[in-house]
Ligand binder design. Sequence first.
Ligand code: SF4
Length: 286
Amino acid sequence: MKLIIAKSAGFCFGVKRAINKAFEVAKTDSSVFTLGPIIHNPQVIEALSARGVGVADSIADLKRANAKKVIIRTHGISLEDISRLKQEGFEVADLTCPYVKKAQHYAKLLKEEGYQVVILGDIEHPEVIGLKSYAGKNAWVVKDAEGLPREVKSKVGLIVQTTQPVEALKKLISKVVEQTRQMKVYNTICSSTALKLKETEEVAKGADVMLVVGGRNSANTTQLARLCEHLAVPVHHIETAAELRLDWFGGVRKIGLTAGASTPDWIIEEVIKVLKDMGGCKDNGN
Ligand code: SF4
């Protein structure tokens, strides 16, 4: 069997930066907590927990746990939460991805310039909750073009959750243009997401079966699995090598492998090792 691995599989720039810094903080500080999981990968959360970095779900939890230092995760948090953390006297290590910061900046700018801000994204995702706080209480969050309210506005400004597909933005732009005379678009989609989707598609098209490695709670990992399904390639979304099953590979000549932006190298390497042990897989050297 041949193993084809997407070149961009695994940690993106923002996650790599945040995880490295979180492990550094764990060495030097005590009573460290992240506000919400730092990334959507249970194995990384466990590794940080083993080094004393806990996860708190709310500011009340941080207070109950006597936290001293609070790590802000890659997705960012709301303006209200930032000011509450400061008021409560926590030390803050802000590891929000610079691309998310840029989207937050544009959300604020559009609001200040009097645009009806529209955020394309998942209303329950922490990044979008944070973005909405910058865009103001009147901002609209839409999950797709069909979700756009029918109201006509004189000025509409668009920003996008960093992990959204560009096709969704294109559809939204075509819809918004029918409802306003002035439109400003900040394409805040992260290039790492687009690259991962492109490479996954290329790998999937040449594979008999696809393995997508990463947290089941990771939006971008799930998006990669959905893309493979859409291409009608058999796909298995796994978190670790322990989930691999030999019967998935009967009659298979080429296995494609990709991994979400929050999947660490050690998990990908373990999957590759187990695949090689299972069926003498040879990888493509990427
Ligand atoms: S996917 Fe992009 S925006 Fe999200 S953390 Fe990674 S680099 Fe940052």
